[in-house]
Write a protein that binds this ligand. Structure first.
Ligand code: SF4
Length: 337
């Protein structure tokens, strides 16, 4: 089974694909990623579900942000008469010459101006829409709909308890394109502290009014006890904090683009299968030897698995005899903090 993100790794870094397979369960989701998940669940199941998830994940302070973002999204959909009538739609595409499949989830399907559109919901601190028309994830959704039905994913179990996937309520959609909706969060960088421990008054530090006010109270207990310059900056923030926005792009793909995408997917699924087979039969270290990577410094810095990756590269001989289990990886994570 190949997903868009695993194939994306096949293009950029096969090492990352292997390390994520081996160590994924030890990686804790960042708060930003968890908030993205909660935002999606709230769109599908309602705000009560979102608040419950915030509580469960110790993020209840984000409740006002979540409510504000959902209200903004709802207002946009109602104003523009966009009716999202399906959520979280699963697809599986057969790949020629293998039992493997290409699979994924589409955030939603909407009726707009008498036509069906797929919907992609994103949240970001700053919404950058410049590359949406080239976005391969969007292409993968449209390709999926051109090939197969989509529906709700269900697991069924045979007599031996072995699970298999079924698509419930399958529906064949012929979307004209994707409505890509990015909901901006508020500025949320940490309040900057100077070396002497005082609170910065730099206008470009990117923190919110609410966070800045809280930092003052944490440090001085009351606003009255804070230095004048700090209070001036708080007032400036109140007047100048940019309002978060919703950015929307309607994007389509030509038949030619979808055909080319299908050919590329086909090759990558075969390639991924070969690499995974090596991993399962010969182990991580042997598979890593066969993994191509063509990474940039930026890409590696953003990678969740960089600590393990560098360590594996530098300590090959030492590690060859060791069992690379979770404990090993957690040790690496702590060192990196
Ligand atoms: S650190 Fe770089 S080379 Fe290593 S797995 Fe991550 S992206 Fe790939």
């Amino acid at each position: 089974m190949s997903s868009f993100s695993s194939l994306n790794n096949m293009i950029g870094c096969e090492r990352k694909l292997l390390l994520s397979k081996h160590f994924r369960k030890y990686i804790k989701k960042s708060d930003a990623l968890m908030f993205g998940t909660i935002y999606h669940e709230s769109i599908e199941f309602g705000i009560a579900k979102g608040i419950q998830m915030l509580e469960e994940n110790g993020m209840i302070e984000k409740k006002p942000l979540l409510i504000e973002m959902l209200a903004r999204l709802e207002s946009f959909l109602i104003t523009n008469d966009i009716n999202v009538y399906l959520h979280e739609q699963y697809f599986e595409i057969d790949i020629d010459g293998t039992e493997e499949k290409f699979l994924g989830y589409i955030d939603g399907v909407a009726r707009y101006m008498g036509e069906d559109w797929l919907v992609e919901f994103k949240s970001a601190i700053v919404a950058d829409t410049t590359t949406v028309h080239l976005d391969a994830q969007v292409t993968s959704y449209l390709y999926a709909c051109s090939k197969t039905s989509i529906g709700t994913k269900m697991s069924v179990f045979d007599e031996s308890g072995k699970p298999s996937t079924q698509i419930f309520d399958p529906v064949k959609i012929n979307p004209v394109g994707v409505i890509y909706i990015i909901n901006e969060k508020k500025m949320n960088k940490k309040v900057r502290l100077l070396k002497n421990g005082s609170i910065s008054t730099a206008k470009n530090q990117g923190c919110s009014y609410a966070d800045y006010k809280q930092a003052i109270i944490d440090k001085y207990e009351t606003l009255d006890d804070a230095p004048e310059k700090v209070i001036e900056h708080l007032v400036w923030l109140e007047d100048n904090e940019p309002a978060p926005k919703l950015k929307v792009v309607f994007t389509r793909r030509s038949k030619q683009t979808l055909d080319n995408f299908g050919k590329r997917i086909n090759g990558l699924v075969h390639q991924e299968f070969a690499l995974k087979k090596k991993y399962y039969t010969e182990g991580l270290l042997v598979a890593l030897e066969h993994a191509d990577y063509f990474c940039t410094k930026f890409g590696c810095n953003m990678c969740d698995y960089k600590v393990a990756c560098v360590d594996l590269e530098q300590n090959k001989s030492k590690l060859e005899s060791e069992d690379l289990d979770g404990e090993y990886f957690e040790g690496l994570s702590e060192e990196n903090e």
